[in-house]
Design a protein around this ligand. Structure first.
Ligand code: PLP
Length: 360
């Protein structure tokens, strides 16, 4: 069997062209006589790779000059600690809880200061995004924190919260580069790359320069200190070099596809195929409030756990893999990130129609 359609929430599909190019360069990267994996991160060749990756990302996201771009390790979860350690000057931050990842970030921040929950959708199992137009933002909050796209529950902030002048910090792990973004609205944006960009092990942090300072919580590890990482241009120690190289290739792939405007159009088209079917199906139902639906993660259920399991099993046999919902939610979830082709979503909907006929 060849390549399947992989609907995993992460690590997720990468563009086939990118994998092919990496394979072609595996043994000898452009005449260097070695693989990027074997290369000194201080070499001229590697410097070129990381600098070009940053340049392309800046171009794609239109990142202003007064923001630093960091390629770090430890995944998104490491940032749950790094953010309070670097930004909690008053030791106060406000968290909006829209799912497990925001909850985990909040729990971690609580170790370092007063992390307030100013809004939550927990009482309806995170099936919607709370109204964030007039929240009780703390007077002394160092930042307001959101998880912009909720990978597990399939909701997305369509409007950013009114932070009343406080810095906005956003986990964009599962929506980064899926549509255009106004970076200036955020103090800090971060995301693990294994959903929409590259191999696990890299986390991208985009942070406004004036938020980077030597004044961090005492005991902050060197590796988690943004000032040290920024001063070293992400090369304080050996970076996740191969992962960054693949990220760079994906940035080029997106540029060739027409950039984030084009990705948005494509992602909306893909998601619409699936949501339209869910809305008309008698067997399958989407689980979240329509206005807050994610373009990237689409959870759905039949309402019968046994039938759900049968669906996941038969879908796998048909080459549609990793459709099982997160263990905390059950049901199904189709993650349709940038690299999922239109044909993959079409094949899924065709399969769902067939399954509905056979099982209704
Ligand atoms: C996957 C995910 C994480 C966790 O990422 P790691 O790199 O495994 O730490 C955090 N936040 C969101 C929104 C995610 O989707």
């Amino acid at each position: 069997m060849g390549r399947i359609y992989n609907f995993s929430a992460g690590p997720a599909m990468l563009p086939e062209e990118v994998l092919q190019e990496a394979a072609d360069e595996m043994l000898d990267y452009r005449g260097s006589g070695m693989s990027v994996m074997e290369m000194s991160h201080r070499s001229k060749v590697y410097e070129g790779i990381i600098q070009e990756a940053e340049k392309d990302l800046r171009e794609l996201m239109n990142i202003p000059d007064n923001y630093k771009v960091l390629f770090l390790q430890g995944g998104a979860s490491q940032q749950f600690a790094a953010i309070p350690m670097n930004l909690m000057k008053n030791k106060v931050a406000d968290y909006i809880i829209t799912g497990q990842w925001a909850k985990k970030a909040h729990q971690e921040a609580s170790k370092y200061g007063k992390a307030n929950v100013i809004a939550s959708s927990a009482e309806k199992t995170f099936t919607y995004i709370p109204d964030c137009s007039d929240l009780p933002i703390s007077e002394d909050a160092d930042y307001v924190y959101i998880c912009e796209n909720n990978t597990i529950y399939g909701t997305k902030f369509k409007t950013l919260p009114n932070t009343k002048g406080k810095e906005l910090v956003a986990d964009v792990s599962s929506c980064i580069l899926s549509e255009p973004v106004d970076v200036t609205k955020y103090g800090l944006i971060f995301g693990g790359v294994q959903k929409n960009i590259g191999p696990a092990g890299v986390v991208i942090v985009i942070i406004r320069e004036d938020l980077i300072s030597e004044d961090v919580l005492s005991g902050t590890p060197t590796m988690l200190n943004y000032k040290i990482q920024a001063d070293a241009n992400s090369l304080y120690n050996t970076p996740p070099a191969y992962g960054i190289y693949i990220c760079g290739k994906v940035f080029k792939w997106i540029k060739n596809m027409g950039g984030l405007e084009a990705m948005k159009v494509r992602n909306e088209k893909k998601a619409k195929i699936l949501y339209d079917f869910l809305d008309e199906s008698k067997l399958f139902k989407g689980t979240v409030v329509k206005e807050d639906r994610s373009l990237m993660n689409v959870p759905f259920i039949t309402g019968d756990a046994e039938l759900d399991a049968k669906f996941v099993k038969e879908a796998k046999e048909a080459g549609l893999e990793n459709l099982k919902g997160h263990r905390s939610v059950g049901g199904m979830r189709a993650s349709i990130y940038n690299a999922m082709p239109m044909e993959g979503v079409e094949a899924l909907v065709e399969f769902m129609k067939k399954f509905e006929k056979e099982n209704n």
